[in-house]
Design a binder for this molecule. Structure first.
Ligand SMILES: C[S@@+](CC[C@H](N)C(=O)[O-])C[C@H]1O[C@@H](n2cnc3c(N)ncnc32)[C@H](O)[C@@H]1O
Length: 376
C-alpha cells in the first residue's frame, strides 16, 4: 500500500519533487491499474499547499481601494465562445474517462485525475495501465499524492516544447506537470498579437507560475512583466528561460502578491498592452497576503483596466476550480470595461482528445472559464 507523508510547503514532497520514483516490489500487491484509480478534485495550485483562508488568520491582500464608478456604454459582447485546443507542440490529450485523463507530454504518457471525465474511456485499459507516469493519492483539492512510474524510473524533470518555447515538464507533488496546456489558446492568441504589432508590446502576466506564457510573449517580441507569489515557481520560470537560452529577452521576474503589484503599478502610472490574469480560487502572497477570487476579482479587474495602455490589445482572465458560470466573469468584465469600447468575449477553454496519434479528435474536456476584453 502506498503511504502518504505530510509535507510542508517548501519541503521536498513524498513521491513528488526530487523524490526517488518507486517501482513496485515483487511480493507486494500490485498497484491499482490506472483505469481503476479514484479521481480527485481538480486544483491548479502550483505546488505549494494553499488552504482556504480563515478570516481571523487573513492578512489583507491590499489596502482598501474603492472600485471606480464606471460609466459609458458597455462593450459589445460575444457569448458563448468555446476556445478549443487539440494540443500543440509536445502536448496532446490522448483519452479521458472514469475520472481520469491520459495525456502525452513529449515522450511520456501521463495519467492524472480529472473529475469532469464522467464518461467511460475510449481506449483499452492496457493502454492506460502502460502509461509512463500515474498520479495516485487520496488527494483532496489541496492534497498531495504520489507519482508512480510503471515502466521505468523517471527523473523529476524532462524537456518539452510548446509554441516554439522550451521548458521543463516536472512531476510535482500536487499532480501538476509544470504547465497548464489549457492556456494554449490564450498563448497562441497573444503570440499572434505580439507578432502582428508594429511596436514592442508590454505584456503583464499575473499569477504566471513557471513562465511559459511569459516566454512565449518575450520570444514573440514583447517586453514582459511576470508576477507570481511563489519563489519556487519563479525559480522554475528562470530555469525555463535558461533552458531556451532566452536570458537576454526582456522579462522582469517579480515575486510578489499580484494585487500589491498592480496597485503599485497603478500609482506609478505604468501601462501594459496585454494583461493575462489566471488567478487561483485561493492563494497567498509571499507575505501571507490572502487572495480570494470571489472577494478580490472585481478589484483586480478594476485596477487592470487602469493599467491598460490607451492602445491596449487585450485583458484576458481565466478562472478555474470555481463554482460559477462564465456569465459571472463575463458581466464583471463588461461592467469593468464600460466606456472602453471593444468587445468582451467569454466562455470556456476546452481541450479536445486527440487520440494516440495526436490527430484524431475525440471528446471535449472543459478546463476553465474565461473572459477577455479586446478592442475589436
Ligand atoms: C494555476 S497557477 C497559474 C498558471 C499559469 N497561468 C500558467 O498557465 O502557467 C496559479 C499561480 O498563482 C500563484 N499565486 C497564488 N496566489 C498568489 C498571489 N496572491 N499573488 C501572486 N501569485 C499568486 C501561484 O504561486 C501559482 O503559480
Amino acid at each position: 500500500m502506498v503511504k502518504h507523508r505530510e509535507n510542508r510547503p517548501g519541503q521536498k514532497a513524498a513521491g513528488g519533487l526530487g523524490a526517488k520514483p518507486r517501482r513496485d516490489m515483487p511480493g507486494k500487491p500490485p498497484a491499482k491499474p490506472a483505469h481503476a484509480l479514484r479521481p480527485a478534485k481538480p486544483s491548479r495550485d502550483h505546488g505549494e499547499r494553499v488552504t482556504e483562508p480563515r478570516a481571523a488568520a487573513s492578512v489583507a491582500a491590499a489596502p482598501e481601494r474603492p472600485l471606480i464608478a464606471r460609466t459609458g456604454e458597455r462593450s459589445a459582447e460575444r457569448v458563448p465562445v468555446i476556445l478549443e485546443s487539440l494540443g500543440a507542440g509536445d502536448f496532446h490529450l490522448i483519452d479521458t474517462g472514469n475520472g481520469l485523463k491520459l495525456e502525452q507530454y513529449g515522450p511520456y504518457r501521463i495519467v492524472r485525475p480529472e473529475a469532469q471525465a464522467l464518461w467511460p474511456p475510449s481506449l483499452a485499459a492496457h493502454l492506460w495501465d502502460n502509461a509512463d507516469a500515474i498520479f495516485t493519492g487520496d488527494t483532496d483539492e489541496d492534497g498531495m499524492g504520489r507519482w508512480r512510474f510503471p515502466r521505468e524510473a523517471l527523473g523529476e524533470t524532462w524537456p518539452l516544447q510548446l509554441l516554439g518555447v522550451d521548458f521543463l515538464g516536472r512531476f510535482t507533488a500536487f499532480r501538476h506537470v509544470g504547465v497548464f496546456p489549457e492556456q494554449i489558446v490564450h498563448w497562441a492568441w497573444m503570440k499572434e498579437q505580439v507578432e502582428a504589432a508594429k511596436r514592442p508590446l508590454k505584456v503583464l502576466n499575473l499569477f504566471g507560475y513557471t513562465g511559459v506564457a511569459s516566454l512565449v510573449a518575450a520570444a514573440a517580441g514583447a517586453e514582459v512583466t511576470h508576477v507570481d507569489a511563489s519563489k519556487k515557481a519563479i525559480g522554475w520560470a528562470r530555469e525555463n528561460q535558461a533552458l531556451g537560452r532566452m536570458e537576454k529577452l526582456p522579462i522582469r521576474w517579480i515575486c510578489e502578491d499580484a494585487m500589491k503589484f498592480i496597485l503599485r503599478e497603478e500609482r506609478r502610472g505604468s501601462k501594459y498592452d496585454i494583461i493575462l490574469t489566471d488567478p487561483p480560487k485561493f492563494g497567498r502572497g509571499p507575505n501571507g497576503e490572502v487572495w480570494h477570487l470571489f472577494e478580490h476579482l472585481p478589484s483586480m479587474l478594476d485596477i487592470c483596466r487602469e493599467i491598460l495602455s490607451p492602445k491596449a490589445l487585450g485583458l484576458v482572465l481565466t478562472a478555474y476550480s470555481i463554482r460559477a458560470s462564465f456569465y459571472s466573469i463575463h458581466e464583471l468584465m463588461r461592467e469593468t470595461m464600460r466606456g472602453a469600447g471593444g468587445v468582451v468575449e467569454s466562455g470556456e477553454l476546452v481541450i479536445r482528445e486527440a487520440g494516440l496519434d495526436g490527430r484524431t479528435p475525440g471528446k471535449a474536456l472543459s478546463t476553465s472559464l474565461f473572459s477577455r476584453w479586446v478592442p475589436k
